[in-house]
Design a protein around this ligand. Structure first.
Ligand code: ADP
Ligand code: MG
Length: 557
């Protein structure tokens, strides 16, 4: 038996390595550098813990999760591993003790915060002991495009220069080819071998629904499918976190808030309760979740659109780490698109930053708007092959009706064009839709927009459908939101749609017949049904539930 397997059995009590773990562990034991891309819950920790036990010296782990260091170290100590940490939460005496242990070679693992490693004091300390390896956990924190960016991670590029003989292993669950390359470059991991585990999480059911009354939609989901379950609800703002935590609590669902505006003690207490108790719902901003190892999170719900597919994948990945069926549910509406576009446009970042943020958002929007398998799209985004249908996402379980929105899209774009060209005016989505629907609102009379040639030419669609058209035009960058006033404007790509070079396939949100709008004469838009997939009995039951649920929420609109 190899010493690695021996450590796995004896220290951790596991019979065998999972997936790529064995190869990674051996590579690092042999002194090689490694870049490990493995989804949340995949088992990244063992990839450096075992080599640290097998190689002589202390494994130095750089982790941004100061709040969790104590827990991680405690867990290792109960297994008999000699572990400790250095961070800003310690007093001087504690710190001296850890330093003495390290210098005396009495530690297998030493956890260090990234800001610590940048200091001369810690660097001098490390020179006085023997280091077996450096492990850089949550390595995507070095990426400026991710939402977890930590400037202190940039300084970690010096590890290689200062300790050229010490093997380094960087680990992350965020892994598009672009992020991977960025990590490798910034951390100077040019010689590192790349290990990529499968990013598929087959037990997670991906569902994205049109947003109308998100609090109510969420409550329905929890009551009908997740009564008594633990879960996480992500919101964009602190205010929204507070509001929804209260809303759930007052409706009999035990919920706690978590965001950076709460004091550290409340945050720690809420996190501890979530980890310890069953059936608690954590309503949180994205400040919550990194490194949280709670196996039985049964659902992750998003009430607002994530900024990127990386973020979405990371956050939804906190569901179902125990491999049992779990739900990733996202409510998504036109306001989300407008808001995110506006946030990017008005951000402090330079042009390159805004372009990149825009591309990340586009990928997320494409997932929301698509009529194909959600899982296939996610996996393709992460550069992995995937079958065309997964059988466990909303698209596969209840194939959405799709309809050709090209002509309506052209009408919408010409409305924006005419308002600007003929009147030198810009308006938001709602007013443009009102013009197309031929509504006689005060605003329309005031601006005499009922005299426009486009007035009423869109009465064949419902308001919901029009919002869908605007959303998809924004998603595809065929239409832009002007940041200061939220007005619509054409883009460099609008011409592709206006000239008919681009066909827009729309995902229908609610079954036909339950739509609120009236159809006048005129050609109805073509409706096609995506090919159904074979359904298991569970699948059929879920399909029914989804259909009923869709019909019910459509009525509420
Ligand atoms: P990650 O850091 O990739 O999110 P962790 O290292 O926290 O994942 O591991 C997730 C869970 O899987 C932990 O509870 C861990 O003990 C367990 N685990 C990891 N590797 C194995 C293995 N080879 N056999 C059994 N359980 C494992
Ligand atoms: Mg981890």
């Amino acid at each position: 038996m190899s010493s690695a397997t021996d450590a796995l059995n004896r220290v951790f009590g596991y019979p065998s390595f999972r997936g790529e773990q064995a190869a990674i562990v051996q590579h690092v034991i042999d002194g090689g550098d490694a870049l490990v891309l493995m989804p949340t819950g995949g088992g990244k920790s063992l990839c450096y813990q075992i080599p640290a036990l097998v190689r002589p010296g202390t494994g130095v782990v750089i982790s941004p999760l100061i709040a969790l260091m104590q827990d991680q170290v405690d867990a290792l100590r109960t297994l008999g591993v000699r572990a400790d940490f250095i961070n800003s939460s310690q007093d001087l005496d504690e710190r001296r003790l850890v330093e003495a242990e390290f210098v005396a070679g009495e530690l297998d693992l030493l956890y260090v915060a990234p800001e610590g490693l940048g200091t001369a004091a810690v660097q001098r300390l490390l020179d006085r002991g023997k280091i077996s390896l450096f492990a850089i956990d949550e390595a995507h924190c070095v990426s400026q495009w991710g939402h977890d960016f930590r400037p202190d991670y940039l300084a970690l590029s010096m590890l290689h220069e200062r300790w050229p003989d010490v093997p380094r292993i960087a680990l992350t669950a965020t892994a598009t080819p672009a992020t991977r390359d960025e990590i490798a470059t910034r951390l100077r991991l040019t010689e590192a071998r790349h290990f990529t585990a499968s990013f598929d999480r087959p037990n997670i059911q991906y569902r994205i629904v049109g947003k109308n009354n998100p609090a109510r939609q969420l409550l329905d989901l929890l009551r009908t499918e997740h009564a008594g379950d633990s879960g996480i609800v992500y919101c964009l703002s602190r205010a929204s976190v507070e509001k929804h935590a209260e809303f759930l609590s007052s409706n009999g669902i035990p919920a706690l808030p978590y965001h950076a505006g709460l004091d550290a003690r409340t945050r720690a207490a809420n996190q501890a309760r979530f980890l310890r108790e069953d059936g608690l719902v954590m309503v949180a901003t994205i400040a919550f979740g990194m490194g949280i190892d709670k196996p039985d999170v049964r659902f992750v719900a998003h009430l607002d659109l994530p900024k990127s597919l990386e973020g979405y994948y990371q956050e939804t990945g906190r569901a179902g780490r125990d491999g049992m069926p779990s739900t990733a549910w996202l409510a998504y509406g036109l306001q989300d698109v407008m808001q995110q576009r506006r946030m990017i446009e008005s951000s402090e970042g330079d042009l390159a930053y805004r372009r990149n943020a825009g591309r990340h958002l586009d990928a997320m929007l494409a997932l929301c708007e698509s009529v194909t398998c959600r899982r296939a799209q996610i996996l393709q985004y992460f550069g992995q092959d995937a079958p065309a249908t997964c059988g466990n996402c909303d698209t596969c379980l209840a194939p959405p009706e799709s309809w050709d929105g090209t002509v309506p899209a052209q009408k919408l774009l010409s409305t924006v064009f005419r308002l600007h060209k003929e009147r030198n005016q810009r308006f938001g989505a709602q007013h443009s839709i009102d013009i197309l629907l031929g509504k006689r609102t005060d605003k329309i009379s005031r601006f005499r927009h009922d005299e426009l040639s486009v007035f009423g030419i869109g009465a064949d669609l419902s308001e919901v459908e029009w919002r869908n058209v605007v959303r998809q035009l924004l998603a595809g960058d065929f239409l832009a939101v002007e940041p200061s006033h939220q007005t619509l404007a054409l883009t460099a790509r609008s011409g592709e749609v206006l000239r008919g070079e681009r066909k827009l396939l729309m995902r229908r949100e609610a079954p036909r017949g339950s739509r609120s709008g009236t159809r006048s004469s005129g050609a109805p838009s073509a409706t096609t049904k995506a090919a159904p997939v074979d359904l298991s009995p569970e699948g059929t039951a879920l399909f029914e539930r989804l259909r009923n649920w869709r019909a019910a929420t459509a009525k509420e609109q």
